[in-house]
Design a protein around this ligand. Structure first.
Ligand code: GLA
Length: 372
């Protein structure tokens, strides 16, 4: 497939609802061109997605008074993403999102050694993950955008040519739906997610500690000092990890809890309720002042709730705004970290002839102001 030529495409109205436009977003150092798509629905919701890393660059959503803000962290231009890969702002993460312990795994009797890019472990696919790839793109007749990437056999030492297709659709019911499909020609492992950092007040408008979070999970996977799951599925009851009822992120984040200390805050995988492959609610987040609400639905078994604990004010994002500690939170829908080395966890193995499919939906709404 050839990259889309922007001269062929200005504005296409693909349905009465969603409007799709595409524009130039610069070039990577090798000279490959990068594009940016804008999807807009009838209710003022707008998502911009670039072919560099499949990254969600901006997401504009109205508050309860109809005032729109950009609610994801990121950069105004491609240079920002090229210069700052490590927070993974908004990107598609792969081939294996999250961590693989000791930077290796055994599959069908063969040990695969990976790059140790996070202490002694592998994080988010290694040195050059899917977040740094330029994806092939095409607009879809139904108003969506399709991105595809061939991760070659041996890339970052993962086995098999992995063909990945990710589609984004923005609906008039205020849902941004992301579908992931993948096939391989050799047995391999994969874990795909989107790494958006949300701040429902607006990106760069301080921290997210006042946001109210609900997670549809009774257990989480505690970690060791390298943030690798120990294998235990621990009950959240009576711990700062209990988000079964809406709770401000900041209410317990500094509690005297060993797991919170290891994560420098929340940076853990929750075991979502409900089994199998059905799309169900994983999380709901409400920002009380603006009334903006984000709901996350997924077919994945887990979600990494990460509270931006590695942000430290050194990054200036869109509009030169400073991203302070905990300026955003991520809800990375996923299979559990280190699954290739944890046979009891849901399997991340993909075999030739199988098709991997997973769906995550970011749904936007507003709440009514609560009475004082
Ligand atoms: C994930 C990890 C975090 C951190 C971020 C990127 O959420 O779990 O520890 O590495 O990605 O900064």
């Amino acid at each position: 497939m050839k990259a889309l030529s922007i001269t062929l495409l200005g504005v296409i109205t693909l349905s009465a609802a969603t409007k799709l436009t595409v524009a130039d977003f610069g070039k990577i150092p090798s000279g490959d061109p990068v594009h940016i798509y804008t999807l807009r629905n009838q209710h003022g919701l707008e998502a911009r997605i670039t072919t560099y890393g499949g990254t969600i660059v901006s997401l504009k959503a109205p508050d309860r008074n109809g005032v729109t803000a950009d609610i994801v962290l990121g950069f105004d231009s491609l240079a920002g993403y090229l210069d700052n890969p490590s927070p993974y702002f908004g990107a598609i993460v792969g081939r294996y999102a999250n961590r693989i312990g000791h930077a290796q795994f055994k599959l069908s009797g063969v040990v695969h050694k990976l790059a140790a890019n996070n202490g002694e472990n592998t994080l988010h696919g290694g040195l050059h993950g899917f977040n740094q790839a330029v994806w092939t793109s095409r607009p879809l007749p139904d108003g969506g955008v399709e991105l595809s990437y061939l991760s070659k056999d041996g890339e970052e030492n993962f086995p098999g040519n992995l063909r990945v297709t990710v589609t984004y659709h923005l609906s008039d019911s205020n849902q941004l739906q992301i579908d992931y499909v993948a096939t391989t020609d050799k047995v391999t492992v994969l874990n795909l997610t989107n790494h958006s950092y949300f701040n429902l007040k607006g990106a760069g408008e301080g921290d997210i500690l006042g946001h109210l979070v609900t997670l549809n999970a009774e257990r989480y996977t505690p970690v060791d000092a390298g943030l690798i799951p120990t294998g235990e599925l621990r009950d959240v009851n009576g711990t700062p990890f209990d988000f079964r009822k809406a709770t401000p992120i900041g209410a317990r984040i500094e509690a005297n809890d060993q797991q919170l200390k290891l994560g420098k805050g929340y940076d853990h995988n929750w075991v979502l309720k409900g089994s199998g492959k059905t799309l169900r609610l994983a999380a709901r987040v409400e920002e009380p002042a603006s009334g903006r609400v984000l709901e996350v639905l997924t077919t994945e078994p887990g979600v990494q709730f990460y509270t931006g604990n590695f942000l430290d004010g050194s990054i200036h994002g869109k509009g030169r705004k400073v991203y302070v500690l905990r300026a955003g939170f991520c809800l990375e829908t996923q299979h559990f970290p280190d699954s290739p080395n944890k046979p009891a966890f849901p399997s991340t193995v993909l075999r030739p002839g199988q098709q991997f499919h997973s769906t995550t939906v970011f749904r936007f709404a507003t709440s009514v102001r609560s009475k004082k």
